[in-house]
Design a protein around this ligand. Structure first.
Ligand SMILES: NC(=O)c1ccc[n+]([C@@H]2O[C@H](COP(=O)([O-])OP(=O)(O)OC[C@H]3O[C@@H](n4cnc5c(N)ncnc54)[C@H](O)[C@@H]3O)[C@@H](O)[C@H]2O)c1
Length: 440
């Protein structure tokens, strides 16, 4: 990113947050935003709402909130729209997801009941363990894309929104590699017209968003906007995109812990991760093809953090295994176990056990909010294409071809904040001591 980035323009109009998928994450996100607006909750877990940013030298004591420093859209200006194959409104869907307690959902029930899902672009070949009636009837993929574009325009009009962003909160689609139709914009558009089997529903949503100038992020691990055709289209149309797979529970822990072990030059022989979860996401991931997408997205993390090619003595033989088990009694309250076999001085072995009793959607909801606001900021600042500085939020960060994914959460965080400093017209920080860099 160049340092002469345009200052973000207008944030006064309303911002429409569109989510394909009105399930556990999106309803927890929407209910949370409305509860915060009504003074009933705090935006815990959201950098855009709670974190400060240091500007200049420490002695200057300039530490504004991020949201004030870069002029993010205030929560009061957010509107919501969603698509789902299931007809439940946001209130009914939230009740079914069973993430929020009755006493937290009821005070915003009136608001949630107003949010009805638009009919979805859906094909069961891509999500085997899901079916529902609220599906668009067109059979041609280009017509489906046109229908989504019309939905976006209508929803913006209906809500009086000036701008929109789209965050994929739909189910995980089956694993796929990019095909011929994903290689160029022309091939992709031809594929839409020809109903190419390789074009999944999430890709049609991403295409529709980018064509409408709406920034797009993918919260799931499936191929959606992370191939050449849509990357090029996003770049050409001045649309920021980001992905993929929200970094929540176990991978969040992994990317916090692994950089710590590496910084102290402790070896790791094995890292076994297993999960039990019982929400609809868990049920869908019980299908081997959907699980494969998740497995691939979760497994790249350790290699790039630990760099076994540079540290063969410490990490060359690391055995990394990830398991996800669908276990209905747990619902959204997942349990993630990690057994880490580490090695110290004179190769003495040690073990670390992590048992994270987490709540998936509670961890994911603030990420949806931050991504919506930061992608909108990126668009208003004249950024386009892949936004690598948002890697902080993803398990498998989307990067420009030839770039290496960064998984270390501390480096990701540093990069995110320095990008914000630049977008806000300030100098990036180096964290060198003020005497050392001679600036004092
Ligand atoms: N919760 C987390 O911590 C977390 C972390 C990373 C990624 N994810 C991913 O985020 C996604 C959403 O998770 P969730 O817990 O809300 O799942 P969920 O099953 O509760 O909700 C997903 C919703 O998407 C709908 N859907 C599926 N295909 C659709 C389509 N083509 N168009 C419109 N709607 C569609 C489903 O009907 C469902 O209501 C999943 O793909 C999940 O793997 C979740």
């Amino acid at each position: 990113m160049s340092t002469d980035t345009k200052q973000a323009n207008s944030k006064n109009g309303k911002l429409l947050v569109l989510t394909p998928g009105l399930g556990a994450i999106s309803t927890t996100f929407i209910a949370g935003v409305e509860s915060i607006r009504r003074g009933l909750a705090k935006p815990i877990g959201s950098l855009t709402q709670m974190q400060t940013i240091r500007l200049g030298q420490r002695s200057e004591k300039r530490n504004p909130l991020i949201k004030d420093f870069v002029n993010l859209t205030p929560l009061e200006k957010l509107e919501f729209g969603a698509w789902d194959v299931i007809e439940d409104n946001a209130y009914e869907a939230a009740k079914l997801a069973n993430v929020l307690k009755v006493e937290d959902l009821e005070p915003v029930a009136d608001f949630m009941k107003e949010i009805e899902p638009m009919s979805a672009v859906f094909n069961q070949d891509y999500v085997k363990r899901l079916n529902g009636p609220n599906v668009k009837k067109q059979t041609n993929k280009m017509e489906l894309a046109e229908a989504l574009r019309e939905d976006i325009r209508n929803k913006m009009k209906e809500t009086g929104s000036e701008r929109a962003v789209m965050i994929w909160c739909g189910s995980t689609e089956v694993f796929q590699h990019p095909s011929e139709c994903h290689s160029t914009i022309e091939a992709f558009e031809q594929g839409l017209k020809d109903n190419d089997k390789a074009i999944a529903p999430s890709q049609i949503y991403a295409y529709a968003a980018i064509k409408e100038g709406v920034p797009y992020a993918n919260g799931a691990p499936n191929l959606s906007a992370d191939f050449k055709a849509l990357e090029q289209l996003a770049h050409n149309n001045g649309v920021p995109i980001a992905g993929k797979d929200f970094k929540t529970g176990q991978t969040l822990m992994k990317t916090i812990l692994a950089p710590g072990f590496k910084s102290r030059m402790l070896g790791i022989e094995g890292w076994f991760s297993t999960n039990i979860l019982g929400n609809r996401d868990g049920e869908i991931l019980d299908d081997p093809d959907s699980f494969r997408a998740k497995e691939v997205s979760k497994s790249g993390v350790l290699d790039t953090i630990l760099q076994p090619e540079l540290y063969p003595d410490l990490y060359e033989n690391l055995y990394h295994k990830v398991r996800i088990n669908y276990y209905p009694p747990r619902g959204d309250e997942k349990e993630g176990w990690d057994n880490i076999d580490i090695v110290g001085w004179m190769e003495y072995p040690m073990q670390i056990k992590v048992d994270f009793l987490c709540r998936d959607s509670i961890l994911a909801a603030p990420l949806v909010l931050d991504l919506a606001l930061l992608l909108d900021l990126a668009k208003r600042s004249g950024q386009s294409g892949i936004q690598e500085w948002l890697s902080f939020y993803f398990k498998s960060p989307q990067v420009v071809e030839g770039h290496i994914q960064e998984h270390d959460i501390f480096i990701q965080h540093f990069r995110l904040k320095n990008t914000l400093r630049i977008l806000g017209g300030e100098k990036p920080l180096t964290h060198l001591s003020e005497n050392f860099d001679g600036s004092h």
